[in-house]
Design a protein around this ligand. Structure first.
Ligand code: SF4
Length: 333
């Protein structure tokens, strides 16, 4: 069995796989666990403050509880707290390999960082490109699942979220994951189309509370666009000439203008009625909401999650009111 390498977010897994290891996204272990709260509490027992994002605590808990010995920590371009988290993990004896998305998204900067990363794993461009080519089939299937959501109204918003978010590490085994995706696609393709009353986009970090999707569907609304999850699946990788271009075209870690350009394109293409912008309590990315609301011209609701993996009553009420408003607006147009 291959040794598991924890990753704190999406990183060039092609290099890790080429080196003979199995990437495991600590976020996915945390959020799909039956004991998310246990992971958070493990971090708090070890000194993590209450006023720290639950995802960071979850990553720590996932690493310690699952016996992960080595991780890739993204110390620039993703989360300002991860750099500090990696220091604590080092203190606990975890081997940390840093990776940075360059502040300035230039081809040269991305190439320099990727070359450094490949060197750390002892792999060359040829072997990494071979892995990249081998993953293209799965990436194509994720695009198909996305189209079954927004174009054909057959896949649910949650299925769209789940399978795309899992593309950050392919559930540690691309072959097995591809088989699961194949079965899911067959099941979805056999369904009748079910056009939702409202077409929503979900932007921001993936939610702590996955019941958000079910709640929206109960109100006749479907998330037909999951922004960051879709980026994890690299839908434009097929157009990238090499791994450098692929990772330079990944919107999430770079500047907000680059991200907004893709969001606006998807709003048009998918004919979205409104956006749900999710932010996490104690996360610096909450400030993005100010910019996003000033630059997007369809209705946006900002919802904030903290430790709970269920929507609270206040958020349900706010969402209900938002969806009612969107229905009235749509009928009036
Ligand atoms: S939600 Fe924000 S603070 Fe928390 S891990 Fe993600 S980027 Fe970092």
């Amino acid at each position: 069995m291959k040794e598991k390498i924890g990753i704190t977010t999406t990183v060039p897994v092609e290099a890790i796989i080429a080196a003979g290891f199995a990437p495991v996204d600590l976020n996915n272990i945390f959020v799909t666990s039956n004991d998310c709260q246990g992971y958070i509490e493990a971090a708090e027992r070890d000194g993590f403050p209450k006023s720290m994002c639950a995802w960071i605590k979850g990553l720590y808990g996932a690493c310690m509880i699952n016996g992960i010995k080595k991780i890739v920590g993204v110390v620039q371009g993703d989360c300002s707290n991860t750099a500090s988290l990696t220091e604590v993990l080092r203190l606990r004896g975890i081997d940390v390999i840093p990776f940075s998305y360059p502040h300035e998204r230039s081809a040269e900067n991305v190439k320099n960082e990727l070359d450094r990363f490949m060197k750390l794993w002892g792999v060359d461009l040829k072997s990494v490109e071979a892995v990249r080519a081998s993953l293209q089939g799965i990436r194509g299937k994720a695009i198909l699942l996305d189209e079954l959501t927004w174009r054909e109204s057959k896949a649910s918003g949650f299925e769209n979220h789940l399978y795309q978010v899992s593309m950050s590490d392919f559930n540690s085994d691309p072959e097995v994951f591809e088989g699961e995706l194949d079965s899911k696609l067959c099941e979805i393709e056999d369904r009748e189309a079910d056009e939702p009353r409202l077409r929503l986009g979900y932007i921001g970090v993936p939610p702590m509370m996955a019941d958000l999707y079910e709640f929206a569907e109960q109100q006749g609304a479907r998330m037909v666009y999951n922004e960051v999850q879709r980026e994890f699946a690299f839908p434009r990788a097929g157009y990238a000439k090499n791994i450098y271009e692929q990772y330079a075209d990944y919107t999430y870690p770079y500047d907000i203008d680059f991200r907004l350009k893709e969001i606006k394109k998807q709003i048009e293409e998918r004919k979205l009625d409104g956006l749900v912008h999710y932010t996490q309590a104690f996360c610096h990315r909450a400030l993005d909401d100010i910019i996003i609301k000033s630059r997007i011209d369809i209705p946006i609701i900002n919802i904030e999650g903290d430790k709970s993996d269920r929507l609270d009553a206040r958020t349900r009420l706010r969402l209900e009111a938002f969806l009612d408003m969107l229905c009235d607006r749509k009928e009036a147009l």
